[in-house]
Design a protein around this ligand. Structure first.
Ligand code: FEO
Length: 169
């Protein structure tokens, strides 16, 4: 059985992951309406990945005999000044999520919940990957600057991303 404190913390994180998915979906729409379909595809894949993160916690909580309590998802931002402005927001958001995952690990350690601690290590590693991948996009965007042909090429490359649900470890 999972403790109430850990159970609540997981429910909050399920909500945070779903909000991330919603935010990235909103960003995908922004890219679509601003002539960057490749970036839109990339953000759409990112949104699916976030929903998968939420589902992974949802399944784990049920497996532990916990109580899933879904919460209201906040309205995400819908307007940005430029592609760089969007990707800067993604980077800031991922840094925030890393902090939330670290807090969850702290909670697991305080509750002496070793199973949750092990489960959360996947998310710790995932955040390293996520921050690195958005950091790469950010660096490339800064290099492209206002160069239209550079942006066109980058958009084509961004459009190659496909989300594949990781197979069970
Ligand atoms: Fe679920 Fe991008 O962290």
């Amino acid at each position: 059985m999972i403790t109430k404190k850990m159970n609540d913390a997981f429910n909050n994180q399920i909500n945070a992951e779903q909000f991330s998915s919603y935010l990235y979906l909103s960003m995908s729409a922004w890219f679509s309406t601003n002539g960057l379909p490749g970036f839109a595809t990339w953000m759409r894949a990112q949104a699916k990945e976030e929903a998968f993160h939420g589902d992974k916690m949802f399944d784990y909580l049920l497996e532990r005999g916990g109580k899933v309590e879904l919460q209201k998802i906040d309205k995400p931002k819908g307007k940005w000044k430029s592609p760089l402005d969007v990707i800067k927001d993604v980077a800031a958001h991922e840094a925030k999520v890393t902090g939330l995952i670290n807090d969850l690990v702290d909670c697991a350690l305080e509750e002496k919940d070793h199973a949750s601690n092990i489960f959360l290590q996947w998310f710790v590693a995932e955040q390293v990957e996520e921050e690195a991948s958005v950091g790469e996009v950010l660096d490339r965007l800064k290099m492209v600057g206002d160069n239209p042909s550079g942006m066109f090429t980058m958009d084509l490359e961004m459009g190659k991303r496909v989300f594949q649900e990781p197979v069970a470890e």
